[in-house]
Design a protein around this ligand. Structure first.
Ligand SMILES: Nc1nc2c(ncn2[C@@H]2O[C@H](COP(=O)(O)OP(=O)(O)OP(=O)(O)O)[C@@H](O)[C@H]2O)c(=O)[nH]1
Ligand SMILES: [Mg+2]
Length: 451
């Protein structure tokens, strides 16, 4: 494994009071000693003031604060130095350049975390969570990433792994005493243990659709007839005037996408062209785009304008437009402020982009439909947030089921047990016990330099 000294800024470049840079690897302390006056690696983990100088000319570059973390008690598991410099564009860059001149190499994106992983300071799920925490754009994402960083998912998988091994141990009696009809282990015990493991795997897998949605943001497509008030509602949910609103039907011609946080959850809101049969070529193209979004949607917010009466447009028009999608549909009556008083009773909730009526209730409803299971689970139960997790769990579940089918089919115990081994292997891949380089490359590709 490469452990040459690497250096990078851990904070983004730009105007700021302070910046943090890190130096890690075999010989990191020697590199630091060439640039820091004074440099002392002991006592460890202690902040110390120093002058950072150019290693060749001795020119002072900054007054800094340093702390040494001798390996293995450091983030990377290697000798590591943290240096707090003054911020801005020039000073931190000059300090990094000084360390490079003194023998360190500029780090690749994610290289610090990758080393932490290879040195056993983090597992792969925690490394992913580190990236997720940095990228979090909503409170729910932040809480989830922190829980995974705290080994929430890792611990659950380790428990499962132990249970699989215990199940295998039960079977081992059969392997050792195959001639006995009723081995020392009752079949009911094996069945019970199998059911527990299977149930636990299935429960975890069931969190995948919403967990992955949490990672990417739920695709919420706002649809309805022209002039139904879609763009107005889009702006109201977004909290800013992003889409053009006019009284002319057919104003929105293209889909407009924007990220929004609703009830603490991440959404990707899409405003679309109004759905109707149109002769206008550009409008027709827009409606085609709307249809594509409807097919891809995680959920659809369908707008019926209150001033057009219930079921506006041709009867069944809504159904025709929505037929292409399997996503759940939330229907609202827009322009509630235009409803006559007293209001006609309606099972469909009313909202107004003008007065704000019904918006809070609508937001709660949208979060419930898109993330209801996560809301139910709370922040303590682990959740699967990536396709990589889902695929590994599906593999594990497939093997656990294959094990049971083999047992029911009278396959001998040793052969049946190989499926349990394979299931353990799938969980090991997921936690990152032995992780091939290409998987690591993919995980770390999205990391920033300095992480
Ligand atoms: N009174 C009232 N008028 C509204 C409300 N929402 C939208 N409108 C008006 O309805 C008209 C159409 O609004 P838009 O938001 O552009 O409707 P749209 O569905 O995006 O229309 P297209 O893009 O043409 O399909 C505008 O004149 C808005 O001012 C509302 O809640 N109350
Ligand atoms: Mg519009």
């Amino acid at each position: 494994m490469l452990s040459d000294p690497i250096v990078a800024l851990a904070t983004p470049p730009g105007r700021s009071a302070l910046a943090l840079l890190r130096l890690s690897g075999t010989g990191a302390f020697d590199v630091a000693a060439r640039c820091l006056r004074p440099f002392l690696s002991a006592p460890p983990r202690t902040a110390r003031r120093a002058r950072l100088v150019h290693p060749a000319s001795g020119e002072p570059l900054d007054e800094v604060l340093t702390a040494c973390f001798p390996g293995p008690r450091s983030f990377t598991g290697e000798d590591l130095v943290e240096v707090t410099t003054h911020g801005g564009l020039l000073v931190p860059a000059a300090c990094v350049a000084a360390f490079v001149l003194a023998g360190a190499r500029p780090a690749q994106p994610g290289e610090f975390t990758r080393r932490a992983l290879l040195n056993g300071k983090l597992d792969l799920l925690q490394a992913e969570a580190t990236g997720d925490l940095i990228d979090a754009g909503s409170p729910a994402q932040r809480r989830r990433a922190l829980q995974q960083l705290d080994r929430g998912l890792s611990q659950r998988l380790e428990t499962l792994r132990v249970e699989l091994l215990q199940l295998e141990a039960l079977i081992a009696y059969d392997i050792d005493f195959p001639e006995e009809d009723e081995g020392p282990v009752e079949p009911e015990r094996v069945r019970g243990a199998w059911e527990v493991v299977r149930g636990c795997l299935a429960n975890l897998l069931a969190t995948a659709p919403e967990g992955e949605r949490l990672h990417e943001g739920a695709l919420l497509v706002i649809a309805g007839r022209p002039n139904a008030g879609k763009s107005s509602l889009f702006n109201a949910l977004l909290g800013r005037e992003r889409a053009i609103v006019t009284e002319v039907p057919g104003t929105t011609r293209d889909a407009i996408e924007a990220a929004a946080v609703i009830e603490g959850f991440p959404f990707r809101l899409v405003d679309t062209a109004g759905l109707r049969a149109s002769e206008d070529r550009i409008e027709r193209l827009g409606i085609e785009v709307s249809r594509k979004y409807l097919t891809a949607a995680d959920l659809i917010l369908f707008c019926d304008a209150a001033d057009e009466g219930r079921g506006s447009g041709n009867p069944g028009e809504r159904e025709t437009f929505l037929a292409a999608s399997t996503a759940p549909v939330v229907i609202v009556r827009t322009k509630a402020d235009l409803l006559p008083i007293p209001r006609p009773p309606s099972p469909v909730p009313a909202v107004s982009a003008v007065t704000g009526e019904g918006l809070d209730a609508l937001k709660r409803r949208l979060a419930e439909v898109a993330f209801g299971r996560l809301l139910e689970l709370g922040d303590v139960e682990p959740v699967v947030t990536r396709a990589r997790h889902r695929l590994a769990l599906e593999r594990a579940l497939g093997e656990v089921d294959a094990f049971w089918a083999a047992r029911q089919g009278g396959v001998d115990a040793a052969a049946a047990a190989t499926h349990l081994r394979a299931a353990v292997g799938a969980l090991d891949d997921l936690i990152g016990v032995v992780t091939p380089d290409d998987v690591l490359d993919r995980v770390f590709a999205s990391f920033c330099v300095g992480k």
